[in-house]
Design a protein around this ligand. Structure first.
Ligand SMILES: N[C@@H](CCC(=O)N[C@@H](CS)C(=O)NCC(=O)O)C(=O)O
Length: 228
């Protein structure tokens, strides 16, 4: 199994959507190799075909892209490993949580870190990243990140559903971590690797949860160096 993953100039892996899949692979105890790519290399993963996104895995001669589809593929292909996405309504509720992560966590974090992330990219990726993200957010990276010290409290408040959930156990999924934890973890790991900005207060239960997630699987997340 090969995981195609994005790297920055220091060769650290920062993609939030890849971190979900890395944690899912570790949860299942599946071995894989990582192929480092820059944004500019992505079209070559599926040369001549549709442009894929990161994460993409290659397995048994097949490319699987999109984190949700990858985890479903892993559940189906390795039924002897712990399932992460339940079939039916439970899986749909997890998908709803993924949408919440995408809008509230990723959306909020992007407005705190994208200029810092840009500074740490390989110079070959910087023009593409700036142009594509400024088009997406309809403002410069500098304007997007400006005033974050005044905005971070509102972001922290927006995490209240996680705080309520963590009142029931050490993980969003309860006593043991599950895919909801990995979905949320990906966003905070993206920030940790891409920016020195302190997103979470030290006394926040979400901060304690993130530290617990960094320790999972022999510290797989913690081994990736944080932004300097
Ligand atoms: N829904 C996709 C989103 C994947 C995605 O947007 N990945 C980003 C990197 S985190 C990407 O490949 N971007 C390519 C680009 O901007 O050209 C998933 O969850 O896998």
């Amino acid at each position: 199994m090969i995981l195609y993953d994005l790297v920055n100039a220091r060769k650290t892996h920062f993609s939030p959507n890849s971190w979900r899949v890395r944690m899912a692979l570790a949860h299942k105890g599946l071995a894989y190799e990582v192929r480092d790519v820059l944004f500019g290399d992505i079209p070559s993963i599926n040369a001549g075909g549709d442009k894929l996104t990161i994460p993409t895995i290659a397995h048994n001669g097949r490319l699987v892209t999109d984190s949700w589809d990858i985890v479903r593929y892993l559940d189906e292909t390795f039924p002897q490993t712990p399932r992460l996405i339940a079939p039916g309504a439970d899986g749909q509720v997890l998908k709803f949580f993924q949408y919440w992560v995408q809008t509230t966590i990723h959306g909020g974090i992007a407005r705190m870190i994208l200029r810092d992330l840009y500074d740490r990219l390989d110079p070959a990726d910087q023009p593409y990243f700036r142009a594509s993200r400024e088009k997406m957010y309809k403002q410069t990276l500098e304007a997007l990140q400006a005033g974050r010290e005044e905005r971070v409290d509102a972001f922290r408040k927006s995490l209240q559903p996680m705080r309520l959930s963590l009142g029931h156990g050490p993980f969003v999924c309860g006593e043991q971590p599950g895919y909801a934890d990995y979905l949320a973890f990906g966003g905070f790991q993206w920030a940790r690797i891409s920016s020195p900005f302190q997103l979470l207060a030290e006394d926040d239960v979400v901060h304690a949860w993130f530290e617990r997630c960094l320790d999972l699987f022999d510290g797989a997340g913690r081994r990736e160096a944080p932004a300097a």
